[in-house]
Write a protein that binds this ligand. Structure first.
Ligand code: KIV
Length: 263
C-alpha cells in the first residue's frame, strides 16, 4: 500500500486529517507543508471557470490543473476528482483513472457516490487504483444543496452507503453537508477515515475549498470559515500598483535591470 495512504489510515482515532483543495502549483506548494491530503476538486469548475455547477468540467482540464498542482506537492497525498461522466462504467472508469494517474502522478482518485457505483470502486481498487469516496451532497448527482441525515432513517441509509463504499475498498470518504449525528454514526462505525465538509467536527478530518477559506471565491456558506480576505488584500496591492504606474513611481531606478531612468 502507498505509504502516504497508510499514514492517512493510521490517523483515524489519533489525529485529525487536514485537507484542502488546490488547482495550481503556487497554492499547492504552500498547502503542502500543512495538509495531509490535497484534492484537485471538480469545484475548479465553479471557482475558476464561473460555471454554475461542476457538470461540464472536462477530464483534460482536471488533468492540466492536477499536473500543475503536482509540481507543488512533495509530502501530501495528492487526490484528483473524476469529473461527471468519466466513470459511468467499469471500463471507462479504469481507462480514465489510469490516464489521470499517468498524466499527473497523483496518488489517488476521488469518485462521488450515486448509490450504485460500488462495483466501480471495487474493481478500481482491485486494480491498485486507490479510491476516496464521497457521499452526502454530491454536486455531480444532486441539484439541491441541503443538510442530509436529519432523521434516523436517513442516517441509516447514509451509513449503509458509507459501509458499501468501505467494503468496496475505498481508503477514505468525504462526508459533505451531513448532520452532526449522521457524521458521528458514520465516523464511529467505519474503519476508514471520514473527511468532513459542512458536516461538523464529528469527522476524522476536514476539507475546505481553499479559495473559499481565503476569501477569494465569493462563495461563503455558513460552514466556510474565512481565514483571510485575500480579495481585499489583492485589491489594495493592485490599487497601489495602478497609482504608482500612473504617477511614474513604478518602475523606479531600483527596478531597472541596467541603465538609468529615461530622462
Ligand atoms: O470538488 C471539490 O472541491 C470537492 C470537495 C468539496 C470535497 O469535492
Amino acid at each position: 500500500m502507498n505509504k502516504k495512504i497508510k499514514n492517512i489510515l493510521q490517523k483515524k482515532n489519533k489525529s485529525k486529517i487536514i485537507s484542502l483543495t488546490a488547482y495550481s502549483k503556487n497554492i499547492a506548494k504552500i498547502l503542502d507543508n500543512y495538509c495531509d491530503i490535497i484534492l484537485v476538486g471538480d469545484s475548479v469548475a465553479n471557482v475558476l471557470y464561473a460555471q454554475k455547477n461542476t457538470h461540464k468540467i472536462s477530464l483534460k482540464k482536471i488533468i492540466e490543473h492536477s499536473a500543475s498542482v503536482r509540481q507543488g506537492v512533495k509530502r501530501s497525498l495528492l487526490v484528483v476528482d473524476m469529473p461527471k461522466g468519466t466513470y459511468g462504467d467499469v471500463k471507462t472508469a479504469e481507462k480514465n483513472a489510469r490516464l489521470v494517474i499517468k498524466s499527473t502522478g497523483c496518488d489517488a482518485i476521488k469518485l462521488e457516490s450515486n448509490k450504485k457505483n460500488y462495483k466501480i470502486i471495487k474493481v478500481l481498487v482491485e486494480k491498485n487504483i486507490p479510491i476516496m469516496g464521497h457521499i452526502g451532497f454530491t454536486p455531480q448527482f444532486k441539484k439541491k444543496f441541503k443538510v442530509e441525515g436529519q432523521t434516523n432513517s436517513q442516517i441509516k441509509k447514509l451509513y449503509r452507503e458509507a459501509q458499501l463504499i468501505e467494503n468496496a475498498g475505498a481508503f477514505a470518504i468525504v462526508l459533505e453537508c451531513l448532520s452532526p449525528n449522521a457524521a458521528n454514526v458514520i465516523t464511529k462505525n467505519l474503519k476508514i477515515p471520514t473527511i468532513g465538509i459542512g458536516s461538523s467536527d464529528n469527522c476524522d478530518g476536514q476539507i475546505l475549498v481553499t479559495d473559499d477559506m481565503l476569501g477569494l471565491s465569493g462563495f461563503y456558506p455558513k460552514f466556510v470559515k474565512k481565514y483571510v480576505r485575500l480579495d481585499r488584500i489583492i485589491e489594495k496591492a493592485v490599487k497601489e500598483y495602478s497609482k504608482d504606474v500612473k504617477l511614474g513611481k513604478f518602475p523606479s531606478s531600483k527596478n531597472y535591470l541596467n541603465g538609468s531612468k529615461r530622462k
